[in-house]
Design a protein around this ligand. Structure first.
Ligand SMILES: Cc1ncc(COP(=O)(O)O)c(C=O)c1O
Length: 433
């Protein structure tokens, strides 16, 4: 075996492959996705990183093994200096993590086997029995289940506030939570699935400082719908951002993965939990995600433009009651104010509220030809689904009413097709409603 195929270790990746500037010019994330953090010379000159299918890594010396394990076990925080065992780290995962962090100018990142395993690992690392989780509402249904039912089994309770709540309203909820027990984490999802309601992260950070200033819990936010292009919550006071990478980052509806990015201090306890329970993504999926990151900006930008065109068409259609699209927030509204301060694009996942009820919504879904009837989002192809009957079926009716998850609401994720073809598809499907 030649030296050239020795597995890469973090410390040995040549600095020139981690350069973020050319002269004075700071390179854009879209440029860095092509090669950042990978040294071809360590892998026979292969332009792309190989997929390292191995369960363990050979140490050059016992002292190396000891030093690496100090990082794995948390004796020294910050992760292992070298590759150890595939439940802890691997070259594909580490290069991917370095690249993921770049989009949000974060110090550190971790990748997981799914969005839910990222969220579960983060929450398990942060909470103890008797703690209170404060969260925005609505949340992705499985996240709500994890906080309410799974953490509930271990004596964790929760309080929520509606997405869009003001600083004063959030302060009231935080004060009530503080009276119940230690507030372990403030967990946000913005835009929320499926209503697209935005959370005022700046107001949450101000409320936390006012009520919990002496021992502030981390603010964690699920940025799956707009990130990492159109919203960067670390700039607005969040400590950690979590992702379902299955959606826009993966972008081709062909993998399931999750991520977490933030400061080294925020990420260290999450890495320690991931090392124990093994929720890291596999090398093949990590490789696929690196491939996806190369076109992330192109895909998200095209989908963004397409969604605007489709929403303009749908909003003017006589069979459509309303379109829940972030580009159409009423001037002067609180949601529009949050959008202006936190977001730089409206994204391409939105809701369409058709005139009528479930029957009309189902007819629209059943008649779409190009747009596929499936429950994900963020892929190259457009998808549509019915949250009340599908992803949010298990949510009690009263809660659905409160959150606006009505029977005539369809969730749409627009892809990168030609926008005129998508409009033609909606035209013929709405004719059949
Ligand atoms: C906002 C949001 N967060 C988390 C998840 C869970 O991600 P995954 O399916 O990758 O576990 C989803 C899935 O739809 C989601 O929409």
């Amino acid at each position: 075996m030649s030296d050239a195929v020795r597995p890469t270790v973090r410390k040995s990746r040549a600095m020139k492959h981690r350069a973020t500037h050319i002269g004075e010019r700071k390179l854009d994330p879209s440029t860095l996705m092509m090669g950042y953090g990978y040294d071809p010379a360590l892998s026979e000159g292969s332009l792309k990183p190989p997929i390292f299918l191995t369960s363990t890594f050979v140490f050059e010396s016992a002292a190396d093994g000891k030093r690496f394990f100090e990082g794995i076990t948390g004796v020294r925080p910050g992760g292992a200096e070298g590759l150890v065992y595939a439940r802890f780290n691997g070259p594909d995962q580490e290069i991917l993590e370095d690249r993921l962090a770049i989009w949000e100018e974060a110090e550190d990142a971790l990748v997981f086997s799914s969005g839910m395993s990222a969220i579960a690992t983060v929450l398990l690392a942060l909470v103890q029995p008797g703690d209170v989780v404060v969260h925005s509402a609505p949340l992705y249904a499985a996240t709500e289940t994890f906080i309410g039912r799974i953490l509930g089994k271990f004596g964790v309770t929760w309080l929520d506030f509606p997405a869009g709540a003001t600083r004063e309203e959030i302060e009231t909820v935080l004060a009530a939570a503080k009276a119940k027990g230690r507030v372990a984490v403030i967990y946000l999802e913005s835009p929320a699935n499926p209503t697209n309601a935005l959370v005022d992260v700046e107001a949450v950070a101000a409320a936390r400082a006012a009520v919990l200033g002496e021992s502030p819990p981390p603010i964690v936010i699920d940025n799956t719908f707009l990130g990492p292009l159109w919203q960067k919550p670390l700039r607005h006071g969040a400590d950690m951002v979590v992702y379902s990478l299955t959606k826009y980052v993966g972008g081709h509806s062909d993998l399931v993965a999750g991520g977490a990015v933030g400061s080294k201090a925020a990420i260290n306890p999450i890495r320690a939990m991931r090392n124990v329970i093994g929720t890291i993504t596999d090398p093949h999926t990590a490789w696929m995600l690196m491939r996806s990151l190369e076109t992330l900006e192109l895909r998200m930008s095209r989908a963004n433009e397409n969604a605007k065109r489709v929403c303009e068409y749908l909003a003017a259609h006589p069979k459509v009651e309303r379109v829940g699209y972030l580009g159409f927030l009423p001037e002067g509204s609180r949601q529009a104010d949050i959008f202006r301060r936190h977001c730089c694009g409206a994204g391409s996942t939105f809701s369409v509220i058709v005139k009528g009820g479930e029957a009309e919504a189902f007819r629209l879904l059943d008649n779409l030809k190009l747009v596929k009837l499936a429950v994900s989002l963020g892929g190259t192809e457009s998808l549509a689904s019915h949250p009340a009957a599908m992803t949010h079926l298990s949510v009690p009716q009263a809660r659905k009413d409160e959150l606006g998850i009505s029977d005539n609401l369809i969730r749409v994720s627009i892809g990168v097709e030609h926008p005129d073809d998508l409009i033609a598809d909606f035209t013929q499907a709405l004719d059949a409603v």
